[in-house]
Write a protein that binds this ligand. Sequence first.
Ligand code: SAM
Length: 255
Amino acid sequence: MSDLAGTFQHEAVAEAYRHRPPYPDEVFDRLEALITDEPRTVLDIGAGEGALARPLAPTVERVDAIDISPAMVDAGRNQPGGDHPNLRWQVSGIETAELDGPYALVTAGASIHWMPWQQTFARIVPHLTPNAQLVIIEHGPVDMPWWDGVAATIKRHSRNQSYNPAYSVADAIQERGLLEPTGTVRTTPITFEQRVADYIEQFHSTSSLARDLMSGEEAAEFDTAIEQAVTPYAKDGVLELQVVAQLSWGRPLAP
Ligand SMILES: C[S@@+](CC[C@H](N)C(=O)[O-])C[C@H]1O[C@@H](n2cnc3c(N)ncnc32)[C@H](O)[C@@H]1O
């Protein structure tokens, strides 16, 4: 595991994670429509605290939610829907997870870039139904008028100075011959209102801005700079965010 992937083991990161914006409902409609085989069983890889797995569980036969971080899985068990009978948590790297397919859908929300692709695909592919799809999902707020100020602050404090916003993990996986692409979609924006304090806190759920990577002084400096950048745009301490998700899916191939 890379050092940055390891930050998801920190309890403070798992705690801050609940402040990330929710996935739009359209994501779940799209995922359900991609399940065409029986049993309607889903494998969620790098499930984290279950932002995908928890809402999906009641609508399918079962979700196996696999994550390498005990802190993230503990957080997920305690979130709404975390104890649904259709949801089976497993703390494990996907490379060595115990799989109980066949799975009609594999979901990877903001997670597959952390995984060793050859091993991951070799592990998953034998456990799929004939028409199973792997869906790579990224989501977040767009078109933020305060973004320049926030981006400059992130740049100053991020532990990942090689971050490239133009990089597409789905394209990279296809180029390696591990995914036969079938479709992509960008969801319609939804409005999500968030308190400034929670907007600031969600940055500390990212691997490169975790509180444990900063001194208390640096974290306070980061928080103040973000607050100053966004406050002119807040109404009564609340920001209005437009959240979209990008889904890319296809047939996973064995290496
Ligand atoms: C950014 S979080 C995404 C969580 C969730 N899928 C979501 O959409 O909110 C990435 C997760 O991938 C997990 N992860 C990283 N490497 C992994 C691996 N090799 N096997 C399983 N989980 C892994 C991390 O522990 C972390 O919880």
